[in-house]
Design a protein around this ligand. Sequence first.
Ligand code: HEM
Length: 470
Amino acid sequence: MAVDFNDVQALVRSGFGSLGGARYVLLRIVDATRAKAWLARAEPTRASQVGGAHELRCAMQIAFTRAGLIAAGFDEAELETMAPEFLDGMASDGRRSHRLGDVGESAPEHWNWGVGAREPHALIMLLAKKTMIADWASGIEAAALANGFAPVASFDSCPAREDGDASHEPFGFADGVSQPKIDWNGERSISPSANHDYNPLIAAGEILLGHSNEYGVSAGDANGALVQRNGSYLVYRQLEQDVTGFWQWAAEAAGPENARWMAERVVGRGIDGSPLPGLATSGGRDDFLFKGDPDGIVCPLGSHIRRANPRSGDNPHGRRGFLRDLVSAVGLAGKATDDPVASARFHRILRRGRPYGTTITPELAMLPELPHVEAGLHFLCLNASLARQFEFIQGAWLISPTFGGLSQEDDPLLGSRCPFPDDRRTDLFRYHDAHGVPRIAQDMPRFVTVRGGAYFFLPSITGLMSIASR
Ligand code: HEM
């Protein structure tokens, strides 16, 4: 069944790259009656307004935490069909924090927002042309504060490059290049045999509740007091980036003239977003697999993009016939890195993040006397299953020190480098140098620190009305 874009918030369909300004307003509900009256009038931008004849100059989106839904008047029993991870919250228990790599400096007790009295109830996302964002966003923020909401935090996103291009993250890399494509009309077959090879197209139910997902089932209660259909779970993490630390490490590890080469191995892409030279493509920026590079000689096995989306990496040989597939699926053949069952298509997310802070070039960042600059990513992503999508990618792929047959490494871009409980180190990074010689970088420093975060529910338009009329 085709998705009704008129009932879906626009962020599901677009990241609004052409709107260079963004503000994220985190709020608590202090007067539920007034807050709900304001929400009933708020009119968030709908997916049906994307790509129309009139170019959108601004877009507003609204999402809620579990605490926000309770503050709006729902009781625990009415929410019990929602995802357990959403109900628990991102920072709810030490085991989850550990799984997500929120340890050491990134542990929730150090966060600026997301826990205790600074746990938000609602997120208002405001995206607009750079010329209008300040006035327009301030007007909406002031209206919310005058109508039953209290402030937790408010963040402006600014493009990470002087040329105003919002599609680069603060380390300087093109960001948002690889995204899943969504089968809005439900036209693709989801049978395993049709999907043995990596395909960027995924079922709408991977992002939207109430639609068929990659297993052919639909998540989200259709009949509860809170309308879940056409809603999505939104992950928000404020990730501070040590830009000078990153580039100074790269310059030290490979020499200043090869720092960019080294940084590109950490990410697994060229700084301009291009695939690393040597990966077979048909010319596009995102049409490569890791089939031809099973040992990570071109693109390191533990690089950020290979961990975040192994593509064919978990099934590097593709489909080889029923019997051979079966033998390898039950673990009787193949290497530890081959896992034809854990296909990448069950673990995709739609990234919607934006950078913040001061922009500096890699050349400047490599100057040893440069003081620390504040910069980072408001990492936002959408998915229908927090456990199977965001938490799996973060925990089993990015943070796990045993990903893809590796050991003692975590994601070279994001990792906490904290030892695992059994004292296993996580601060190595294996790569091959320009001559194909295997190397191990030791004592990788931490480049990214979590400063806050929460799981939100991004309701449909009908869902928002069910909250406002509660
Ligand atoms: C400060 C933190 C981060 C930085 C600087 C960063 C940077 C990047 C860059 C430069 C790319 C390659 C370009 C692209 O395809 O967009 C990328 C890809 C990606 N990142 Fe991150 N990222 C960060 C955090 C995360 C987190 C927390 C996740 C998920 C839990 C994540 C998931 C992904 C995914 C899924 C891809 C696409 C991989 C592919 O399909 O090829 N990233 N990231």
